[in-house]
Design a protein around this ligand. Structure first.
Ligand code: ADP
Length: 522
């Protein structure tokens, strides 16, 4: 920092063609001063003061009043850098924290650019009188120097501050130095071919802002400006043939103009990256949340199933005992009981049997997916045939006609569950028939976009559309028991099987016309 400050101070004064004996107050390297304080904090003031003292001492040589003048100059440099730094800190949050299109950010940017020049302009006359090294202060000389200082400080701030702050904040990539070297070479090469082509290098600078965002823009600015300054000093490049002082004014104007544009471009890119990163973080956060929730849900589902299994399994034992003792009592007491007392016994017996049926169904429901049967290649048609075999007595009894249609696939599934699925659906189609109409049941399969669609249609009693939601829930029966006995669990089992296989089940029905239960499998 110390060396950089001295180099910038002496370099700046030499370029400005200030004769030996001038103080840095006529070319305050405010940019680097602010940068030093940004990186080192308050203690940076000591570095600035020491570096300024050394730089001024070196420039003054053996002229009179060396000690007083250099000390004063060092004090003013430090004061100005400190002023710039404290104002910058106040605006930094606006600059970095606000969205790029926010006017607060632009105001922040503008005020940062104006801090050191304004400080310089305010302090200049005072210093001038004190130092007495630049002759009497005419208005013309004052304006000329002020313009030079404004340009020098502004470009210094655009060039030096972003780079020093950026690198000290840890821009590590090696890609950036490599790209910067390439940029410098390109700039030299292009202006060597023809000085008029020099602006082409600015395209490379814009590219830096897009690829490396703000760090690229800041460092690219510095490299381009350095190349231009060196070219001007050796009377090369686009400003060839012009006087050094004029070249510096033109250069400063170019650097400031290009600097603002490129830095702003870099900021925009930064903003876009930040927004993308925020979005990505948000998506990741939500996904994690969702995963956690579905894990918790799966755990509580598992517990519920376990609970249902235990309840239905263990409750059957005492229930069976009740049923058999009621039967025993009934046999022993039959002769002695009045007719209505015999009815009471009958109620108890049928209640117990109904409860047992419900427990069996619940057990069956909770067993879906628990049997440990693996998913294997399953010939769906073979499972349908097996289900029909089990249903044969009921089909015969109802004189039902079964039609099988479509293309029947081989899928990865649980064979036993597939049999149960067909058995429940076709069993219902037979059960819920219209009394004086011969049941006609069509079972079909066909390929769809994402898998297969199976359907069981009947010409039975049908279901009201507003009851569809209830159908697939446990213990829900829509029709009175006179139609058929059952516990109201068959369709819940079907849904569980289908969903376990990654499919969906749905119903379509017209009361009095018939129903179609269809399910998909991937
Ligand atoms: P269960 O048949 O044991 O009552 P399900 O869960 O299989 O239980 O069916 C639930 C209810 O849906 C049945 O009680 C019946 O009212 C209705 N249902 C099911 N299948 C049909 C069908 N094919 N036609 C008309 N109603 C049906």
């Amino acid at each position: 920092m110390f060396a950089a400050y001295i180099a910038t101070a002496i370099g700046g004064m030499t370029l400005a063609s200030l004769p030996p004996g001038n103080l840095t107050v006529f070319w305050l390297p405010a940019g680097i001063g602010v940068a030093v304080l940004l990186v080192l904090g308050r203690r940076g003031t000591v570095v600035v003061a020491a570096a300024s003292f050394t730089a001024n001492g070196l420039m003054m040589g053996d002229q009179g009043q060396v000690l007083l003048a250099t000390a004063l100059s060092a004090a003013v440099d430090s004061l100005q850098s400190w002023l710039g730094w404290s104002l910058l800190r106040r605006h930094w949050d606006n600059l970095v924290g606000a969205p790029v299109h926010d006017p607060r950010r632009l105001r922040g940017l503008a005020s940062i650019c104006l801090i050191p020049p304004l400080a310089t302009v305010w302090l200049l006359p005072l210093i001038h009188d004190l130092a007495r090294t630049a002759g009497p202060l005419t208005l013309h000389a004052f304006l000329e120097r002020t313009l030079m200082l404004l340009l020098a400080d502004t470009s210094g701030l655009f060039l030096v501050v972003p780079v020093v702050v950026g690198f000290s904040a840890g821009w590590p990539a090696m890609r950036l130095p490599a790209a910067l070297a390439l940029l410098a070479v390109a700039q030299v090469a292009v202006s060597a071919i023809d000085p008029l082509l020099a602006p082409l290098a600015l395209l490379g600078l814009a590219l830096m802002a897009f690829i490396f965002q703000f760090p690229g823009a800041a460092a690219g600015n510095l490299v381009c400006a350095t190349v231009m300054v060196v070219q001007a000093a050796f009377d090369l490049g686009p400003l060839r043939g012009q006087g050094t002082a004029q070249a510096i004014v033109v250069l400063n104007l170019t650097i400031v103009g290009v600097g603002i544009a490129v830095l702003y471009m870099g900021l925009l890119q930064d903003e876009q990256h930040r927004m993308r990163a925020t979005l990505r973080d948000e998506v990741e956060r939500r996904t994690r949340q969702l995963e956690e929730r579905s894990r918790a849900l799966a755990a509580s589902n598992g517990e519920l199933e376990q609970f249902a299994y235990i309840i239905s399994h263990d409750l059957r034992q005492p229930l069976r005992m009740i049923a058999s003792y009621v039967k025993l009592l009934d046999t022993r007491l039959k002769e002695r009981l009045a007719a209505d007392e015999q009815d009471f016994f009958e109620y108890v017996r049928s209640g117990a049997s109904r409860m047992d049926q419900m427990l069996v169904s619940l057990l069956e429901y909770s067993r879906v997916g628990r049997s440990g049967e693996p998913m294997v290649e399953t010939d769906c048609r073979a499972q349908l045939d097996e289900a029909l075999q089990y249903l044969e007595p009921a089909i015969q009894d109802a004189q039902a006609e079964i039609r099988i249609e479509g293309v029947w696939p081989i899928l990865t599934a649980s064979p036993n569950e597939m049999v149960r699925l067909f058995q429940n659906l076709i069993g219902n189609a037979v059960k819920y028939r219209v009394a004086d109409r011969a049941p006609l049941i069509t079972v079909s399969a066909r390929p769809t976009d994402g898998g297969w669609r199976f359907a069981v249609s009947d010409n039975g009693i049908g279901i009201d559309a507003d009851q569809f939601d209830r159908l697939f829930k446990v213990f829900q029966r829509l029709h009175p028991a006179k139609y058929a006995d059952g516990a109201g669990v068959g369709l819940a089992v079907c849904r569980k099987i289908v969903e376990r296989h990654g499919g969906r089940i749905e119903v379509d029905s017209q009361p009095g016309q018939g129903s179609t239960f269809a399910f998909t499998l991937p």
